[in-house]
Design a protein around this ligand. Structure first.
Ligand code: CP
Ligand code: NVA
Length: 302
């Protein structure tokens, strides 16, 4: 493993190892206090962030490393100087790059032209760190993640893509329910279907919300991702039947609700569900740090 650009690049063994290491770091943080001793990580963010930025910064600190946050004071990456020069220069000083970008190709460019590991902190196509934290969370609730039935309801987006790859590689069953026209990327679907077949998983895609039966957890995300200029009033009617509410949770028999956050109460999910007893949102948020620290230790503490 040289980078973390997408969960699809991980073998089942690598994914399971990352989850196991995240659990170890979470349980015994003192053992990893010097894991990144002398290492510096540059964080480049083209988009806003709360969880990703803070959990990387504090997580790197807990591992004894140093991190430097660069916002886009110079505009989008690649504007003032090419992404290739950016990557080559940062590689002169830093030991790793964490990047949140609009275009996934920007992250690929950083990995191609830099000489240090690159971690995708969200692009238009994937959110692998989120996916890792989510499967860590599920593995804390269920002994055997391959038996988990996860439904994703709402907009097929970067988070959906990473969840689909993760579920497929782990051999779990995932049902993706989206309004017509809001399905995940076609190529991602094909790749995830093939990974699911390879690992004994099952990936179901439908627009029919009636197919929600028998789930362990229901996951949703914002209907309008960063960089999407849709107005809620224009899309609300199409998405409304896909709002996660108490009736949907009951119909699915789902004990757990998941969301990467930020959540829009009364939009993609009702407040009683997102703030309710079965909501895993804070466990997911906490696990961002542990999952990312496992990635950092795997990539850097060699
Ligand atoms: N879930 C997540 O990535 O949150 P932020 O956008 O706040 O980092
Ligand atoms: N799909 C969302 C995730 C935010 C963490 C977005 O890309 O804005």
């Amino acid at each position: 493993m040289n980078h973390l650009l997408s969960i699809k690049d991980l073998s089942q063994e690598q994914l399971k190892d990352l989850l196991a290491l995240a659990k170890k770091i979470k349980a015994n943080p003192a053992e990893y206090r010097n894991a990144l001793d002398g290492k510096s990580v540059v964080m480049l963010f083209e988009k806003p962030s709360l969880r990703t930025r803070v959990s990387f910064d504090i997580g790197i600190n807990k591992l004894g490393g140093h991190c430097l946050y660069l916002d886009q004071q110079n505009g989008a990456l690649g504007k003032r100087e090419p992404v290739s020069d950016f990557a080559a220069n940062i590689s002169c000083w830093a030991d790793a790059i964490v990047a949140r970008t609009f275009l996934h190709s920007t992250i690929e460019g950083l990995a191609e032209h830099g000489s240090v590991p690159v971690i995708n902190a969200l692009s238009d196509l994937y959110h692998p760190c989120q996916g890792l934290a989510d499967f860590l969370t599920l593995s804390e609730k269920f002994d055997d993640v391959s038996k988990v039935k996860l439904a994703y309801v709402g907009d097929g987006n970067n988070v959906t893509h990473s969840l689909m790859y993760g579920a497929a590689i782990l051999g779990a069953t995932m049902t993706v329910i989206c309004p017509p026209g809001q399905f995940p990327d076609g190529q991602v679907v094909v790749e995830a279907q093939s990974l699911a077949a390879q690992h004994g998983g099952k990936l179901i895609l439908t627009s029919d919300i009636e197919e929600i039966a028998q789930q362990d957890a229901i996951y949703t995300d914002t209907w309008i991702s960063m960089g999407d200029d849709s107005n809620l009033s224009d899309i609300e009617a199409k998405f409304k039947p896909y709002q996660v509410n108490a009736a949907m949770m009951k119909k699915a028999g789902a004990n757990f609700f998941m969301h990467c956050l930020p959540a829009y109460r009364g939009v993609e999910v009702t407040a009683d569900v997102v703030d309710g007893e079965g909501s895993l949102i804070l466990q997911q948020a906490e696990n961002r740090m542990h999952a990312q620290n496992a990635v950092l230790v795997t990539l850097l503490a060699k």
